[in-house]
Write a protein that binds this ligand. Structure first.
Ligand code: ARG
Ligand code: ZN
Ligand code: CA
Length: 305
């Protein structure tokens, strides 16, 4: 049985196609796939139902188990600089392990009004394998996802059912990175990052050189949404994040007030906003619960345990 709220969800994602000019490619590719594949909307609604009821029923169990995520890094390069160093890759893993465990240096700078909801997601990431492939291509488009297709010079994912595949390449269109949400095709599952926006050293380029693109995209990969809900004062399905008018960019000055109902102070430092890397540094308990729900029995990422 599907409730009204989640039924509206697919309509809502199609709506946003025409509303915002600049959007996260993760959202855009989901919309493209929803048009091509009528079954996907239903699948996503099922995942949404599961997530909602898991959070309502299993709230105590959700925090109990250990999650360790093996990562396969797929590097596609033409120039030597695009063939990023192991040091750059490991600097990214280090950021993920901080950001997902409340040990990032800015965690204790979260403003007082949000200190009661800031959360450790309690997930550990490690590199299992780095695969490198040289290509003649200068850049890759997210729309056709050829970086994941060997016949186009890409690299197919390794065991996507229980490995997180990252692709590192030069992306077209100024996109920092994008993720596939739970429910989409497994053979294209994972996160793509431009080699200029991964990690904190080597080729990493300011103001996106603190590894937060991967933190943000892995959030999508674990079923959390943009904090503004991809529409004006939209819904991110998380109750402890305030409503935001729209994405925030750059380095917002605190407090930034929303004009949404209740005029809350916006949580611009949340990883699921669009600010510069240095200005995003927290998840909430509600976001944690949505992410961890994917690993419960029956959850989309349960095979990782
Ligand atoms: N998919 C988004 C983009 O390409 C990622 C934004 C991540 N934000 C960040 N500060 N790293 O724009
Ligand atoms: Zn995004
Ligand atoms: Ca919210």
């Amino acid at each position: 049985e599907i409730e009204k709220e989640s039924l509206n969800y697919s309509a809502r994602i199609s709506d946003t196609l025409f509303v915002n000019e600049r959007k996260c490619a993760s959202q855009e590719i989901l919309e493209i796939e929803l048009k091509e594949n009528p079954d996907l909307a239903l699948k996503i609604e099922e995942i949404e139902e599961f997530t909602k009821s898991a959070i309502n029923l299993d709230i105590k169990d959700i925090t109990k188990f250990k999650i360790r995520i093996p990562i396969i890094v797929n590097v596609l390069y033409r120039t030597p600089a695009e063939n990023i160093s192991l040091a750059q890759i490991y600097s990214q893993i280090n950021v993920l392990n901080q950001d997902y465990n409340g040990t990032n240096p800015e965690f204790n700078q979260v403003p007082g009004i949000f200190s009661g909801v800031k959360a450790s997601v309690d997930i550990v990431f490690y590199v299992e394998k780095v695969i490198r492939r040289q290509t003649t291509r200068t850049s890759w488009a997210f729309r056709n996802e050829e970086m994941k297709k060997p016949e186009f010079g890409g690299i197919a994912p390794t065991s996507p059912e229980n490995r997180l595949n990252l692709w590192v390449c030069t992306l077209e269109g100024g996109i920092l990175g994008y993720a596939k949400a739970p429910g989409t095709a497994l053979e294209l599952d994972g996160v793509v990052l431009d080699s200029k926006y991964i990690g904190t050293n080597g080729r990493a380029t300011a103001p996106f050189n603190k590894g937060r693109t991967a933190t943000h995209e892995i959030g999508h990969w674990l079923n959390i949404r943009h904090i503004w809900g991809d529409r004006t004062c939209g819904n991110d399905f998380v109750s402890d994040t305030p409503s935001h008018n729209a994405p925030n960019y750059g380095s917002p000055i605190f407090p930034h007030y929303s004009t949404c109902p209740g005029t809350p102070i916006e949580m611009t430092m949340n990883f699921m906003d669009y600010t510069d890397d240095a200005s995003m540094y927290m998840f909430t308990y509600g976001q944690r619960d949505r992410m961890r729900a994917q690993f419960l029995p029956g959850g989309y990422r349960n095979a990782f345990l």
